[in-house]
Structures are given as C-alpha cells and as structure tokens.
Design a protein around this ligand. Structure first.
Ligand SMILES: C[S@@+](CC[C@H](N)C(=O)[O-])C[C@H]1O[C@@H](n2cnc3c(N)ncnc32)[C@H](O)[C@@H]1O
Length: 228
C-alpha cells in the first residue's frame, strides 16, 4: 500500500503528465520527488515507444497533459458514484487524474495496447487505486459490444482519447454509434482530437455538441462534449 505522501506524489506526476521537474510538495521528501519524476519520465518513454511502434493506433507521441486532461474530466462531478468508461486510456495520464477526482466512481479503462494497459495498471496500483478502476486490455469496439451483449448497465460518461482520425470512416462511425449505444439517457460522450476531422460525424449522431479548443497541449487539441 502506498504511503499517503507517495500517493500525492504519484497523483501529481500523473497530473502534470510531464517529465520536467516537479516542485517539492509540502510534506514530501526529496526521494519521493525523485521517484515521481522518474515515473513521469518512464511514462513518457513508454508512450513514445508505443507511438514509434504503432503510430496510427497510438495517435500521439506523448500522453495528454494537464489542461487537456482537466477539460476531459471537468463534466464528471467529483461526487459521482456510477460507472465511467474511458476508451483509449494509454498509460493512464487521464485515468489517474479521473480516479483522484472521483473517489466514489467505478472506472472501466479500456486500452488496446497491452503494454500501455500494463503500465496504466501499475501506475494505479502505485497510487493505491485498486478495485474501483479496472484496466481492460482490449479494443474499445469489443468491450462495448460485450457490455451490450451482457446487458451491463449503461454509463453516464464515456471519455475517449481514441484517435478517431486514424480509423477508416466506416470504423469511426461504427465506434461512435457503439459509444452512443453504451450511454444512459442524458449521458455524455467526451472525446478529444487533434483536428476537427470527425466533428461532423459526432454532430450528426448526438443532439447536443459543444467543441472546446485546448491550445495548451502538445499537440493542441479540441474536446467534444456530446449528449443525446
Ligand atoms: C492519443 S492516445 C491517448 C492516451 C491517453 N488517454 C492520454 O490521453 O494520454 C490514444 C490511445 O488509444 C489507444 N487505442 C487506439 N485504438 C484503440 C481501440 N480501438 N480500443 C482501445 N484503445 C485504443 C491507443 O493505444 C492509445 O493508447
């Protein structure tokens, strides 16, 4: 079990998502700062390696950073206690921050790349976040169809970082339809993208769509908030 101090350190490392120096936190030791820093660097390297090997699937060269993550998780109330689905969770930059923000929520974090899914799980374990976050090393399409087949509860929030623009048009539409089908009435689909390429596809399938730019991210992104 991680000490409370270490816990804060890991959260902070995930929060900044950055390999640059973290300011010493109140009550933290230099050693903890160093291990948080090493973990942040390792996370970046894992992600960059995944991007090198499977760029189209990974869709970025570095994990999302603070401002994008904040915009992605902002609609989920801190006291939310239902199920959140995260698709394309990578090595957990967003997963960790979401879990820290919503301590009562149950999170299903789906990641197709087993190496990134493993690192995500390790990061969660190191932060002392166990059963309430499940990391599923599987394709989002498969997870969503299994959830439907098993009659599992629909989710109030689906957050996705899947690189829609790297899928074929047909696959993108199928995925957006599957996401819509997995949402409870009034539920929200939150997706980020580095272009506006698939905005229209989402807009034609959801009654309400808000698009918010996030310039302070590498690369700059937009976040779509879609509701039926
Ligand atoms: C742009 S990265 C985002 C990673 C992380 N959410 C973040 O914000 O740093 C996209 C992630 O989606 C994953 N991915 C791509 N296609 C997927 C699919 N069909 N099902 C699940 N994950 C997928 C990739 O492996 C990659 O980790």
């Amino acid at each position: 079990m991680a000490s409370p101090c270490l816990h804060i350190q890991w959260e902070e490392a995930a929060y900044t998502g950055a390999p640059w120096p973290l300011a010493a936190l109140p009550g933290s030791s230099l050693e903890h700062d160093r291990s948080a820093m090493q973990n942040a660097v390792a996370n970046y390297l894992h992600f960059m390696f995944a991007a090198l090997v499977k760029f189209r699937q990974t869709g970025a060269i570095v994990p999302s950073q603070r401002f994008l993550i904040e915009k992605m998780i902002a609609p989920v109330p801190e006291s939310y206690s239902g199920r959140i689905i995260e698709l394309g969770a990578g090595n957990g930059a967003l997963t960790l921050r979401l879990a820290a923000r919503c301590p009562e929520a149950r999170i299903l974090a789906c990641e197709i790349n087993p190496a990134l899914a493993r690192v995500n799980r390790q990061n969660l374990d190191m932060a002392g976040i166990n059963d309430r976050v499940q990391v599923i090393p599987d394709a989002a399409e498969h997870l969503l169809s299994e959830m439907g087949r098993r009659g599992m509860d629909k989710a109030d929030f689906v957050l996705s970082g899947i690189p829609l623009g790297n899928l074929t048009g047909k696959s993108t539409i199928a995925l957006i339809n599957a996401i819509r089908g997995s949402l409870a009435p009034g539920g929200m689909y939150v997706q980020f993208q580095y272009s506006l390429m698939d905005r229209k596809k989402i807009r034609t399938r959801f009654r309400n769509l808000r698009t918010v730019p996030v310039l302070l991210n590498i690369p700059p992104a937009v976040v779509y908030y879609a509701q039926q």
